[in-house]
Design a protein around this ligand. Structure first.
Ligand code: PAF
Length: 277
């Protein structure tokens, strides 16, 4: 028999967390797919109380973005959480997360790293992400929180926030889960039409070509990735080679990140690269 608990208010959450020795949190916006399930399965053995939050956070969407259209599949999400051994699903409403209202709320400024790459395209996005994650950390008080590397800049910023604000949470990243043809799993992939779905593999193909050129140095990496985009006729928003912390790349471990619009949805992806001089 299942013992999963669904809680919606702060008090219900605190009651469900009572007596936990080590709490693990996997924050999500729902529309769970195999990528989320791998986060939950990774998280399960890290503590004795596993919490998944399901909350489509309005403050990380700019006006005109897909807040209203964002897929909401709560019953299926619950089934996935149950299968992955989640103890508590925290599914608050907007007023529970933002008691002072969306405009009156206290926010977290992501600092300079929040203004580059995704932040250059979506200037208010990371403020919204860090604000809601800080609130979730405050409410759940997790010992460990698990996030996907698919949203790599988000992961780096959350790590920075946890360290800078001494939040006492160990932030763990898990590799992206990919479809058989390389497309990184994302809740937004449902927006892709059949032709867009085929063309969407351009991101992972470009990144793979870039990573393969790693030993030949940064120029070769960027040239190889751009050549794949050009051959597919897709103009990326950016292709960026950085250090693992999103600084200047140096020989050794590096990260290659990209974003591109393929038809309607904007897709993100990234891979590790071993960089030669
Ligand atoms: O990655 C996501 O799904 C969201 O940005 C997060 C971390 C759950 C915050 O809303």
């Amino acid at each position: 028999m299942s013992t999963i608990q669904v809680v919606r208010t702060r008090d219900e959450l605190f009651a469900a967390l009572k007596g936990a020795d080590r709490t693990v949190l996997v924050p999500t916006m729902g529309a769970l797919h195999d990528g989320h399930e791998s986060l939950l399965r990774h998280a399960r053995p890290l503590g004795d109380r596993l919490v998944a939050s399901v909350f489509v956070n309005p403050t990380q969407f700019a006006p005109g973005e897909d807040l209203d259209a964002y897929p909401r599949t709560f019953d299926a999400d619950l089934a996935r959480c149950e299968a992955a051994g989640v103890d508590v699903v925290f599914a608050p409403d907007v007023a529970t997360m933002y008691p002072l209202g969306l405009d009156g709320t206290v926010t977290v400024d992501p600092g300079p790293l929040g203004a580059v790459l995704e932040g250059a395209q979506r200037p208010t996005h990371f403020r919204g992400v860090l604000t809601v994650v800080a609130k979730l950390f405050g409410l759940v008080r997790p010992d460990v929180a698990v996030f996907g590397e698919k949203d790599y800049q988000q992961l780096v910023l959350i790590r920075q926030m946890a360290a800078e604000l001494a939040l006492g949470v160990d932030v763990v990243g898990c590799p992206a889960v990919r479809e058989d043809d390389g497309l990184a799993m994302s809740s937004r992939n449902v927006y892709l039409g059949p032709d867009e779905r085929r063309r969407a593999t351009v991101l992972s193909r470009a990144l793979r070509a870039g990573a393969d050129a790693g030993p030949d140095g940064p120029d070769a990496v960027l040239a190889a990735a751009h050549a794949v985009f050009a051959a597919e006729g897709v103009e990326p928003d950016y292709v960026a080679l950085t250090s693992p912390e999103l600084g200047e790349p140096v020989p050794g471990e590096a990260r290659l990140l990209t974003a591109a619009r393929v038809g309607t949805p904007r897709l993100l992806d990234n891979v590790p690269v071993t960089l030669g001089a």
